[in-house]
Each structure stands twice: as C-alpha cells, then as structure tokens.
Design a protein around this ligand. Sequence first.
Ligand code: BEZ
Length: 329
Amino acid sequence: MNFKTLIARTLPAALVALASTTGLASAKEFRLGLITPPPHIWTVAAQAFGEDLKAETDGKHSVAVFPSRQLGNEAQMMQLLQTGALDMAFLTIAEVSNRVPDFGAFYAPYMADDVAHAGRILRSDEAKAMLADLPQKAGVVGIGYSMAGLRQIVSRDPVTSAADLAGKKLRITPFEPIKDFYNAVGAASTPMPLPAVYDALANGQVDAIDMDAELIWKLKYYEHADTVLISNHMMFPMVGLVSARVWKDLSPEERETITRLMARHLDGAIDTYISKEADWLLAVEGTGTNIVEADASFFQDAIAQWEAIWSEKAPALATLRKVADETRQ
Ligand code: BEZ
C-alpha cells in the first residue's frame, strides 16, 4: 500500500473499539491517535515511544498507535482526550491553538529563521512553560513539542511576488493563525485535511497549497506545480498529549516514565526535520520544478496585518519573539 493510499484510509471500527472501553487508569495498553500515515516521521516516533515504554516496563505497559485519522480528525481526537476515551495523541499545535489561542503565537510569520532555529524555539523553557496551561484550558497534559519543519507553498501557476497569490484558492490546514496570514496575503484560504490535498491540487480544486518540505517531496505534490515557493514562512509544531483524566490515575513513576520516553521521541523527530529538510527541498528542485525563494520582505504587508491581530489574541507572542531573538545565530 502506498503512502497516498494510507493517508486516505480511515477505520471506523477503531472508534467502536474505543467506545466500549473504560478504566484507563489501569490500562496496560495506552491508545495513541494521530492524523499522519504509518510511514510519516510522527507516526514512526509514536511507534518507537510505544516500543520503549513496553521494554522499560517489562511489558506491563504498551501503546497501540492509531495513525491516519483512524480515530477521527484532530478536533475529534481532542474531544476523546478530554473525556478520557483516548489516552494519548500527537496533535498539531494548530488544533491546540483553536482551543487555546495563545498557542497561535508559534505561527508568527518568520519568527524562526530556519528549521534549526524553530527547533531551538520549541526547546526553550518559555515554550515548555506554555504547556502548563493545557490541563486547565483543554483537559490535556502536554508532554513536549515536536514539529514538521517549516511551511512552503506549492502553486499550479507561476509565483514571483505575493500579489500572484491574491485571489488564488490556497489550501490551508484548518486553523485560525494560518487563515489570518493568507487572508492578509489576499488569497482565498481553503481549509482542507491532508488526505484531500493531492487530488484537490491535481484537479485544480485549489490553485496552491500550504505544505511542509517532507510531504511536498514524499507525496509528490510538485507533480502538479509550476512553482514551489520556498518561503519558510512559519514553523509547524506538534505536541504530544496525554488525557488529563488518564493522567490523574497514573502513579508518579508511570508519569515520569511516560514523560521521559515520549519527550525523547518527540524531540528526536525535531532532529530528523532539522537534518532532512534541506535534502527534501533539493530533491524537489532536482525534478526540474521551478523553485522560487522568498523571505519576510516578500510578505511584508501581510506580516504586519498578522501581527496586529495576533499580538492581541496571543500574549505569548511577545515572549516567543524574545526567545526567537535570543536563540538567533
Ligand atoms: C498538514 O495539514 O499540512 C499537515 C498535518 C500534519 C503533518 C504534516 C502536515
């Protein structure tokens, strides 16, 4: 089964299995959901976390990983976490920011100079401190961050300036900070989950997509593009979560073990993106696709509009900008 087929699959039966289980505190097999398909770096990290947990607890605890939205989209998985019907999830910060707007600060355009800088921001004490709000505001415990590198734009038509994106139907992951960015650019933001993106770009349902380097390369989005705009305009963080209801019934030792092992694999995925992102983009360039490079000046007006909206909505923006300045190399 290829990568594209895998992300298009859903397994409603898995939801039925969830509905019939209770007593998560004593569960030996934790269930972890995520939207990415089995070969994706996030899913591989989730599997590796489960293997480590099993080894370290001598088989007492294990993790069943449900990839490819088998348990629903991220909003649905967040609800399952809140009720305790799902134990764990690796979710984009996008979904978290829909519920706790302060997390929208991570999407400040051009806050990170490059993917390694994004890693340093996510590893900062200030970023970690933001996780403390999650139990109270979202009913989940945030274990640590990961990411999917920086965002780029794949366009069916040539793009040489931000004006070329005005009026274009542009696929976004469904969340507010990115919608505000593209609205400021003048594009028609078109929220769309990952499995729908390839066909939508191929058949012209959208003119362009907002995407990361890994998937532009591995899912071959460039096949339907005139231009790949290497804009690096935003980071795309992920967070490892445990249901607060499940967490409260875990012993201190179980909490320590889960935190340490999950954080290790989340962090390891950050290193993977740092080491591979340039190679994925070079591989796309090697296909003969037109590559255009853009920096903050390309989106200058849109950035100012975005900042005006999000400095109000996300007080953490000032803190993260300071962190970004202090970790700039
Ligand atoms: C996306 O919606 O573009 C996306 C979601 C999860 C991982 C990578 C990309």
